[in-house]
Design a protein around this ligand. Structure first.
Ligand SMILES: [Zn+2]
Length: 255
């Protein structure tokens, strides 16, 4: 298995997947998403790593679930990150290690008194390999992030646009590392409690040109505006709106 392929696979798993213990010493590697283009791309990436596509099934909530059992692949993936669980150990579903069962991670860290699995991204490797860093971020931002724009009013009652690219990330190590990586690539990220955002015109243009989202990945139903629109298209609309805000405002105010 080549390290670059594994690192890309790790981005899918850290955002919308995971690794859970299976039996005495094997593991199940899984990915779940509502977006067909992301599921397809995960399976392509899985095939590059172990020449198998995994088993695909449809869940009751409408999402697609892909899983594969492999001790070897899990072993390789744990070299990239000591955990693929990113929630605090005590959050639901409670981490098996708290119940003294076989854990789904190798180490834990303590941040502000809260125990987290030691999830991480290979930030030193990514700093040296900018192409891989951009691939990693494209996958992460497509799975657990997106682009949004809304209309707001200022004190003088005139309407303006609030634009952002966001990556949802609550795990303290991952958040810090993604922030560092974006800084290293000369972006101006801003940290929020459970997300990182890009908010400037320069960053939108740079992200569109250098990173972008996975082709055909769409804005999910949880978003207020532009449900079902391709993320890359909305990003382009958002950039174009600096020259012509009225088009986008008309669209927003119609909804
Ligand atoms: Zn744990």
């Amino acid at each position: 298995m080549r390290i670059r392929q594994l690192v890309k696979l790790s981005s899918y798993l850290l955002s919308d997947g995971g690794i859970s213990p299976r039996g005495k010493n094997s593991y199940t590697i899984y990915f779940s998403n509502n977006d067909a283009s992301l599921v397809d791309n995960f399976q392509i990436q899985l095939k590059k790593c172990i020449h198998k596509e995994g088993y695909k099934s449809l869940r009751k909530n409408g999402s697609t679930f892909v899983k594969i059992h492999s001790k070897n692949l899990a072993k390789e993936l744990f070299k990239v990150s000591k955990s693929y669980r990113t929630k605090a150990c005590k959050n639901n579903p409670i981490c098996p290690h708290i119940k003294n069962k076989r854990p789904a991670h190798i180490n834990t860290i303590l941040v502000d008194g809260i125990e987290y699995p030691a999830a991480e991204i290979p930030v030193e490797l990514l700093k040296k390999d900018k192409t891989l860093a951009k691939d990693f971020l494209r996958i992460y931002a497509s799975c657990d992030g997106g682009v949004s724009v809304s209309a707001a009013k200022n004190k003088k009652n005139s309407i303006f646009l609030v634009r952002k690219i966001f990556i949802e990330v609550a795990h303290p190590t991952l958040k810090q590392q993604i922030y560092t990586l974006l800084k290293h690539l000369k972006y101006n990220p801003k940290c929020y409690k459970t997300s990182i955002r890009l908010t400037t015109k320069e960053d939108f243009i740079k992200f569109h040109k250098e990173i972008g989202f996975i082709k055909k990945s769409k804005i999910s139903k949880h978003s207020k505006n532009f449900v079902g629109y391709e993320k890359n298209k909305v990003l382009k609309m958002l950039i174009d709106s600096y020259n012509n805000p009225q088009n986008l405002l008309n669209l927003l105010l119609k909804n």
